[in-house]
Design a binder for this molecule. Sequence first.
Ligand code: HDD
Length: 736
Amino acid sequence: MAKKPSPKMGTEAAIDKKLAPQPENAKTESLAAHTADAAGEIMNTNTGLPINDDQNSLKAGDRGPTLMDDFIFREKMTHFDHERIPERVVHARGSGAHGVFKVYKPLAEYTKAAFLNDTEVETPVFVRFSTVAGSRGSTDLARDVRGFATKFYTTEGNFDLVGNNIPVFFIQDAIKFPDLVHAVKPEPDNEIPQAASAHDTFWDFISLMPESAHMIMWTMSDRAIPRSYRMMEGFGVHTFRLINDEGKASFVKFHWKPLLGVHSVAWDEAQNISGKDPDFHRRDLWDAIESGAYPEYELGLQIIPEEDEFKYDFDLLDSTKLVPEELVPVQRVGKLTLNRNPDNFFAETEQIAYHIGHVVPGIDFTNDPLLQGRLFSYTDTQLTRLGGPNFQEIPINRPIVPVHNNQRDGFMRQTINKGKTSYSPNSLGNNDPQQVPESAGGFVSYRERIDARKERMRNKSFFDHFSQARLFFNSQSDPEKNHIIDALTFELGKVKTVAIRERMLGILAQIEKSLATQVAYGLGLHLPEVLPTNQSIPADGNPADYQSIQVEGALSMSPALSMANTVKDSIKSRKIAILTADGVDAESLTIVKDTLTAQGAVVEVIAPRQGFVTAIDDTQIAVDHSFLTAASVLFDAVYVAGGTNAVATLEAEANAVHFLNEAFKHCKPIAAAEDAMQVIDVTYFSKKLPPDFSEESVLKEGILIGKANKDFATLLVKMIAQHRFWEREKPRLIPA
Ligand code: HDD
C-alpha cells in the first residue's frame, strides 16, 4: 500500500484557507456526498488501484517506446482528451455562487408557492451571472447584457428565475432568437469580433428590427458595463403569473434589487479592465464572498391584478416593454444572500442547467411568445451541452426533494431504480410513484381559457416600438445620455457598411431626434429623410400590418430608470488605492486606511516596488502592489498619502501620475494629503481643481485635498459612496 503523503505546509495550505464562514444549507449538504477532497489521501486510478509512479510512462527500456499495456497512462490521457464540453450557445462566460433566499412576509394573497410563504425557511439557491455574446474565456467587461439566473432549491422542487440585468429584450418572438444570436456572435467567415456587438451583422439585424429599439437604449447605456455583479439589478423580463390557494391569478414581474445600489464603470475603463483583468467581475464576486462581504439583493414584485391586463398602453405579453415602476411600484418581498463560493467551477457553475420552465405550484407562465419559445429551448440545449437526458441527476441540478418517476436509462444514468415497474398505471408496484392531488401540492397548470384561431401573427398591441425607448432615454441624467450617444457613435463607427449606419440613424430618429442628430454628427452623416420601417414581415404579410405605431399619452419620465437615482450610502467592499513610497508620513496613511477599512472598504497600498515602504518614523508598511501590477481602472478611488520624501518620489514616478490622471478621467474620487499637493500639481487636472475643499465642493467635484485627519477621512468616505462624478466629463478635455 502506498504511503500517505505529508500534510500541506506553509503558504500552500494558506491558499485553501477561507477568510469568511462559508455557511452550509440543504443544497450544499446534498452536494457533500458527491464531493472529493484529496487532502492527505493517496493517488489511485479510477478503479481504485494505488498509483506508484505518476511521473513516467511504462516503456520498453528507459529510452524505448511507451507500451500499449500502460493502462495507467491510457486512462489518464483518455480522460484528459474528453475534458471539454460544448460551451453554452449564449451566456457561455459566467460565474456562480451559492446562497439563500428568505421571504419577508407570507405572500399567500398572491401565491401558494411554499418558499414565498414561510418566513422561517431559508431556501438554498445557486446563482449564475454571465455575459451573453462572448465565449467562455472572453472578458467580463464586454458591452453586453448580463445574465442573472437563480435556481431556488425549494421543498416543492426547483424554481428557476432565468433573468437578465435589463428588464426588456431585443425581440418579441422566440422564433427570432437564432437570428439575433447569429447576428451578434462573431461573424461566421472570420470569427471576429469576440464578445462585442460593434460589428456589421449585429447592427444590420437591429436596423431592420424596430422592435429592438428599446433594448438598444439599455445595451448602449452604462447598464451594459456594470461595476460589479453585486451592483446590478436583475429582471425576470416576462410577465409571469402567480396563483394563490384559491386558484386566483395575478400577473407579476420579478426584480432583483442590489442593496449596494446600481453602478457602472466608464466605457474607456471597461476596455482597459478587459486587458488588465479580464476576470474582473468573476474575481470581484469571488473575493467579496471569501471576505464575508456577501452580495445581497431584494426580490421585488410588481403585481398586476388579472383584471388590469388591458389597462396599459403596452401589452403585458410583449417582452420589449417594461412596466414603469411609477405605474406599478415594486414591492420588496424577500432577500437573496450569496454566501458561499463553489468548490469546483466545472462541476457546479459550468454544469448547472437553468430552465425557465422549472416552476413550482403557485408560479406559472403567460402567453408571451418569447417566454413560450424559451420553454422549449432550455431543456433542448442541455441535451447537447451536458450529453443526454440525465443532466438533472448532476449533483448541482438535483432538487433537494427526492425524485421518483418512470423515466429510465440513457447515457450516464446515476440512479439505481428498484422494482419491476417503470410505467403508470401499474398493478405490480402498487401504482407507485403516485400522482399528487392539487390539494396536496400537485402542480396544475393555470386554467386559462383560450379561444382562438391558429395563426402566425402578432397583435397590433405589440407595435409601439419607440415610446418606451424614448421614455428610457429621456429618463436618463445628462451624463447617462452622453454615454448612450458615445456608445452608439462608437458601435456604429465600427460598422463598415454605411447603409447600415444610416438605417440605424433612421431608427434613432424615431426614438429621439436630438439623440439621432448627435450620433449622426459623430459619424459624419446626415439623418436620412425616409425613416426605415419594419422589415421583419412574413412573405405574404401586408407591410401596413407591421408598421410601428405611436401610442398617445405614454409616460414621458421614469426616474427609476436612471442609475443616477440609485442608493449611494455605502463604501462596503469598494476598492481604494493608497499611493505612497519610502518616506511616507505613516499617520497620514493609517488614519485614512483605518477609517475606510472600518467602513468595509478594501484598501490596498501601491508603491514603486513591492515588499514594504519605510515611513518617516521607521515603521514598515506592507505594499500590496507595485505600479507595474496595479492600475487605476481596478480601483474605485485613490488617495495620495503624505510625507516629503514619499511625495517627491511619486511626483517623479510617471506611473503614479498616470494612475491619478486615469482616475480623474474615469470620474473617480481622488484625495491627497495636503503635503502631497506637488503630486497633484504634475497631473493634467491640476488646473481644474475645485475652488475650495468644503464638504459641498468635495461632494460635487469628487476631489479632496487637506490635512489627513479623522474629519478628512470621514469626508472621503462620503465622497467614495457617491461612486462617480460624471459631471467632470463635461469639458471633455481628458486624453484617451
Ligand atoms: Fe436565454 C441561456 C436569460 C431569451 C435560449 N438565457 C440563458 C441564460 C440566461 C438567459 C441568464 C444563462 C443561464 C445560465 O447561467 O446557465 N434568455 C434569458 C432572458 C431572455 C432569454 C432573460 C429573454 C427574456 N433565451 C432566450 C430565448 C431563447 C433562449 C428567446 C430561445 C428561444 N438561453 C437560451 C438557451 C440557453 C440560454 C440557448 C443557453 C445555455 C442554456 O440556455 O442553458 O437555451
